[in-house]
Design a protein. Structure first.
Lengths: 466, 329
């Protein structure tokens, strides 16, 4: 979906001030695509830090800009605080207050491109020397129906279970044996709740599409789908048996087992914070949330564990995957688009394809205590990802052994893209279904899903937007 | 009071106008206004003084209203040219299953605010006016929540409404032997919780208005009531309320209009949840326009806005007509 990388990049820069010179060396080898002809003077604004980021992070980001500007004398980069939120993005888009370069989730790239709301990057993207190394499934997320590349992938994730090893131990569970079935997860959640008083299993339930996102994740894991077909002719299938099963499971944990705590309106950041504070036994989010937990909430690495989503014994069961795309304003001039592409290349992508850049980045992050080596789903091909991991290996400082249940299993599992049509809109339609289960005892999942299905069908028919 | 009663002054127009009333004299002489007379009578300077006001109101009030009416009959999207849609936007709004929910929720908010939120400022104002010492301090305390930025106030109250046993309100309830409440995480408690915060946040302004109105009540009436043996309650009922009825009627209609447009509380507290329990008309308008990350439907948003305006305009007219006799007695 949209959340997992939105805070990582800016804050990651928090420690880079002292090592700007390293970065400068590493970024010296700007790609040939990025060094394409650029007018003598051009100014772009770029999405930088999320609001409320630390002064150190701001200083580090500004230092990165200085390095970039030194490499590209004709380009002036102005940082702009930015956080993609489904509830505010359209307002910023309409008001034309987005920076020249900003990020959007996989769910929105194609639709924005097809609606002509973001710039066509095709000729610029194809000049990147590593363009052919992109994972085809990932680059497809930024490619519209006409084959135009309208956004560049910068991060990818698979949904996973983050679990608190300390709470597992306190509850008498083996922290090296996270649940591998939903029944086991339910039992573990109950045991954690009873033995520790904390939420055994928590789930995002805010009215910002996150509740629908996680319900879709559960549906996928049980073998269901929230829609079939593509485009405005897709069919909403909210009321599939697997979705009913998922809601019944949540209903049991919420009202019978009482193992979900007392908060049911978690958003993406809130639940990371609560987990880092030791208040949550297990929850579902992207596989890379550990980075945010370190950078924003100073999590104790010893408590963190990462496990794969339990999958039902079904051929259609799979893990929901998503990611983040870089997009450029449709109002940008060709010179600005060219400059923005250089920035994307410099800031987001080069470390994955350039050994020196990868090493410099890893050294910088590790030196400042920032996480290096958080599991990622490759945005390039697997071979490139392996190469990148070998470059940064000496500086990996995340508790990889505690993430082994995930890293050993994920590449054997089927990663399924998010619903193709009107994704965020149908997540929003599903929000209220999940909230009903969490806030009203005795709610009927089947009727809730049936009611939401007609709304979802309308969302699909409208293309997910206007 | 009778001089401002609009039902009687027509008789006056048929009588000879007093010499001092220039406009009537002018009408009597069939005075012809020309550009020259307009200039000589200071018309240009008046216009120049008015110009900033006209420009500001025109740009930020009247033009948006006209634009809204236009947009309500157009298919609007942020990046595509508008096309004529007729009444399709209105039809879409009426067919939206969330529309009746939003109307019902807005009615619930306005009703609860009227029942619980409307008397509180009046009671507070009467009590403050009765205080002999440190009245200023109590007035300042009553007004204090108004100066707190709404977003800050909501974030503060979110802590109060923490559904866990460690939440501020739940801790207080625990002292009283009451179990933890879900507050804004309950479909049934969310709206009253929003009303509670809204009353706390907004009562101060009305308290100030009432305190000002109370000073205009003739103290001799209270003295006469005291002589007749009236206590505080009888003085309030028989003297204060009748004397303040015009102000009370105005604040009531202002409150109804204000609460019908409630947005900040549901947007910041719950975003309309849980399960649309706090989705209001204004929040639905916002969601039409901006709630979808791929770009909203400005036409539907404008159509629903126009419906809200029309409803409030009709309601206000009916209200003013129904209460005209009370306010002019």
């Amino acid at each position: 979906m949209k959340f997992t990388k939105r805070t990582t990049r800016p804050i990651r820069m928090g420690a880079a001030v002292a090592a700007v010179s390293l970065v400068a060396v590493a970024t010296g080898a700007v790609s040939s695509a990025a060094s394409a002809a650029t007018p003598t003077k051009v100014t772009i604004s770029v999405a930088s830090l999320i609001p409320g980021s630390t002064k150190a992070a701001t200083a580090a980001f500004n230092a990165q800009i200085k390095v970039f500007e030194k490499e590209n004398p004709g380009i002036t980069v102005k940082p702009s605080t930015y956080q993609w939120l489904g509830s505010t993005f359209a307002a910023k888009l309409a008001a034309k207050t987005l920076p020249t370069m900003f990020t959007v989730p996989f769910t929105d790239g194609r639709s924005l491109g097809q609606a002509g709301e973001i710039a066509n990057l095709t000729p610029y993207a194809k000049e990147l020397p590593y363009f052919n190394k992109f994972n085809p499934a990932v680059i497809a997320e930024g490619t519209d129906a006409k084959g135009q590349i309208v956004a560049i992938p910068e991060a990818s994730y698979a949904q996973a279970i983050s679990y608190n090893r300390q709470l597992f131990s306190e509850a008498g569970l083996n922290p090296n044996d996270p649940p591998t079935t939903w029944a086991q997860l339910e039992a573990d959640a109950k045991q954690i709740s009873q033995k520790t008083g904390m939420a055994g299993y928590a789930e995002m339930g805010a009215s910002d599409n996150t509740a629908g996102w996680i319900l879709t994740t559960l549906d996928y894991a049980l073998g269901g789908r929230m829609e079939t077909g593509i485009g405005t002719k897709a069919k909403a299938t909210f009321d599939n048996p697997q979705a009913v099963e998922a809601l019944n499971m949540l209903n049991t944990m919420r009202w019978t087992d009482n193992s979900m705590g007392s908060d049911f309106d978690w958003g993406w950041s809130d639940i990371n914070q609560a987990f880092s504070a030791g208040q949550v036994g297990m929850f579902i989010s992207g596989s890379d949330v550990y980075t945010n937990m370190v950078q924003s909430y100073n999590i104790n690495p010893k408590i963190y564990g990462l496990a794969p989503i339990p999958l039902a014994n079904s051929k259609t069961a799979g893990v929901l995957g998503g990611g983040t795309l870089c997009a450029v304003s449709v109002d940008a001039t060709p010179a600005q688009i060219s400059a923005a592409m250089k920035w994307i290349d410099f800031y987001y992508l080069e470390k994955y394809v350039n050994r020196n850049d990868a090493i410099a980045w890893a050294k910088t992050e590790a030196a400042s205590g920032q996480p290096v080596g958080t599991p990622e789903v490759p945005i390039f091909n697997q071979k490139q990802e392996n190469l990148y991991n070998s470059w940064i290996k000496p500086w990996v400082n995340v508790p990889l052994s505690q993430m082994k249940p995930f890293t050993t299993a994920i590449f054997k599992e089927q990663i399924i893209p998010e619903p193709e049509s009107a994704t965020q809109a149908i997540y929003g339609d599903l929000d209220s279904v999940v909230q009903s289960v969490f806030t009203a005892p005795g709610s009927n999942p089947s009727s809730l899903l049936s009611a939401a299905n007609s709304t979802g069908q309308a969302s699909i028919a409208s293309g997910g937007g206007a | 009071m009778s001089t401002i009663n609009p039902t009687t002054p027509k008789l006056q127009q048929t009588e000879p106008a007093p010499v001092t009333r220039a406009p009537s004299v002018a009408r009597g002489r069939r005075f012809r206004r020309t550009p020259a007379t307009w200039l000589r009578s200071g018309g240009l300077s008046k216009l120049i003084f008015l110009l900033p006001l006209l420009l500001i109101f025109g740009a930020f009030s009247w033009y948006p209203i006209v634009r809204m009416v236009l947009m309500s009959v157009q298919q609007m999207h942020p990046t595509t040219p508008a096309t004529w849609a007729g009444f399709a936007n209105f039809t879409a709004v009426f067919h939206d299953p969330l529309f009746p929910i939003a109307v019902r929720n807005t009615g619930e908010f306005a009703g609860l605010a009227l029942i619980f939120g409307y008397p509180i400022p009046l009671i507070a104002a009467v009590l403050i006016s009765e205080v002999r010492k440190r009245r200023g301090m109590f007035t300042a305390l009553a007004y204090l929540p108004v100066v707190i930025p709404p977003v800050v106030a909501v974030l503060l109250w979110k802590f109060f409404y923490d559904g866990s046993q460690y939440g501020v309100f739940n801790t207080i309830l625990h002292w009283l032997g009451i179990g933890p409440q879900p507050w804004i995480q309950s479909q049934s408690q969310a709206m009253p919780s929003l009303v509670l915060e809204s009353t706390w946040a907004n009562a101060g302004s009305t308290v100030i208005i009432y305190l000002a109105a109370l000073t205009s009540v003739n103290s001799e009436l209270y003295e006469a009531a005291s002589v007749d043996g009236a206590g505080l309650w009888k003085k309030v009922w028989h003297v204060t309320l009748p004397q303040m009825r015009t102000v009370l009627l105005v604040t009531m209609i202002l409150q109804i209009i204000g609460t019908a447009q409630v947005f900040v509380e549901p947007y910041l507290f719950t975003q309309g949840g849980p399960a649309n329990a706090t989705l209001t008309v204004m929040l639905l308008i916002y969601n039409y326009a901006f709630g979808n990350s791929l770009g909203g439907d400005f036409g539907e948003a404008a159509a629903l806005s126009l419906l809200l305006v029309a409803f409030l305009a009709v309601f206000s007219l009916v209200y003013l007509r129904a209460t005209r006799s009370w306010s002019s007695e």
